[in-house]
Design a protein around this ligand. Structure first.
Ligand code: TRH
Length: 377
């Protein structure tokens, strides 16, 4: 019999919560034959990356996943065999009661935030709290052996490599977005939170000898972009040119298309958690705008990832990557650090592919979850 999984997603803000759980839910269905219900409290955030979502209905099927609206007033449902609370969201009390009433209580896990910090390995799969005898476990994604790994669909890297070797497919895809980069222009994408460091970076891109075509999906960075461009508003379809820099605002695309967008670009600025991972699977140099946390604890996470990511780089290339990422996240000098990065472009590009392939050797997160369940029953 197919194992039944319930995944609970409370959208705190932005798109990472739903981005991760939607990706996981699909993969469990398609690759592991699981029966998955995805409970989401905010279908509008979901609709942005999956426009097929009907925000008016409480139950619908999307790509084999049963999508259930999770309203404030719990509609009632029996416990599944595996229950995932994403990012420490609080399950409805009545649902937890139904977990405890099962003859065979479910495997209950908290799917945690992604971090490269050392302590993650020691905490992965440890028991957490109990509710009426039902044990909850921590499940940590991560970059090192001994963690839950990263979400990666089967064949993803092969599909990505084939696409990157197929110029016509890339051009065709870009055309569907209304993107026609000039021959030889460096295509880049920008997905970030508000960031005062943007102006310094754009200054240096505009003054560069080399042309850059910067694709900006609609979102939180547009205010800073408007200020730098000196325009009153920006919307999908707008194109602005300043020196060697072309800025093009594009609509927020479907989640699958966002992958293709990253694959087309020579450099991707990403943020949060899911786009950060997808940019790594793109095998291209990237810049991470980390999600800000109280007391700057996000900076420890940034350092931990940088230490791991840059370990195989030469000291000067490492310094360039670290300087750029630190500048982007702590309002440092983007112009200077971008120039440093350009000086190490071939090494940093080669490294992005190597890092991706190396990470691709680990079991992916969905498989790791299924294996954990199978060893638990
Ligand atoms: O949107 P994010 O900043 O999300 C989060 C949340 O803030 C969350 O609360 C926090 O915990 C987490 O970051 C660390 O960034 P993220 O994680 O990259 O999620 C964005 C999702 O949106 C991802 O699945 C990719 C998708 N996406 C599209 O589908 N189309 C697009 O055009 C773009 C730009 C993104």
């Amino acid at each position: 019999m197919k194992a039944r999984w319930d995944i609970f997603c409370s959208v705190v803000d932005n798109y990472g919560d739903i981005g991760v759980t939607w990706r996981l839910a699909r993969q469990l269905v398609v690759e592991h034959g699981c029966e998955v219900r995805l409970w989401v409290d905010d279908l509008r955030a979901f609709e942005r990356m999956c426009p097929d979502i009907d925000v008016q209905v409480s139950q619908q099927w999307q790509e084999g996943v049963e999508v259930r609206h999770w309203p404030t007033e719990w509609p009632g449902a029996h416990s599944a065999d595996v229950v995932i609370a994403a990012f420490a969201c609080q399950l409805p009390l009545a649902y937890m009661d139904s977990m405890a009433e099962c003859d065979r209580p479910p495997l209950w896990m908290n799917l945690d935030y992604l971090s490269a910090e050392d302590w993650v390995v020691g905490c992965h799969c440890l028991p957490s709290v109990k509710f009426k005898g039902v044990q909850k476990y921590f499940f940590f994604p991560g970059f090192r052996p001994g963690t839950g790994g990263l979400l990666r669909e089967a064949g993803l890297l092969e599909r990505r490599q084939a696409f990157q070797q197929d110029d016509a497919a890339q051009q065709q895809f870009l055309q569907t977005l209304g993107v026609f980069p000039a021959a030889g222009a460096r295509l880049m994408s920008l997905f970030a939170y508000e960031n005062p460091g943007l102006a310094g970076w754009l200054d240096v891109l505009a003054a560069d000898r080399h042309e850059t075509h910067l694709l900006v999906p609609e979102g939180r960075i547009l205010g800073d972009m408007q200020r730098w461009l000196g325009v009153g508003s920006l919307a999908a379809g707008d194109i602005q040119m300043r020196g060697a820099l072309t800025v093009q605002v594009i609509a927020f695309v479907r989640q699958e298309q966002y992958d293709q967008l990253l694959w087309c670009c020579a450099f991707n600025a990403v943020r949060g958690e899911d786009s950060f991972v997808r940019a790594q699977w793109a095998g291209r140099p990237l810049l991470w705008h980390i999600y800000r946390q109280d007391e700057d604890i996000h900076l420890d996470k940034l350092d931990a990832f940088l230490a791991l990511y840059t370990a195989a780089l030469s000291p000067s290339a490492k310094a360039a990557v670290v300087a750029l990422w630190q500048a982007w996240n702590t309002q440092g000098d983007m112009a200077q650090s971008w120039k440093m990065l350009l000086e190490h472009w071939p090494e940093v590009s080669g490294h992005a592919e190597n890092w991706c392939l190396e990470q691709g050797l680990q079991a992916d997160l969905a498989t790791a979850l299924v294996q954990f369940y199978e060893s638990w029953i």
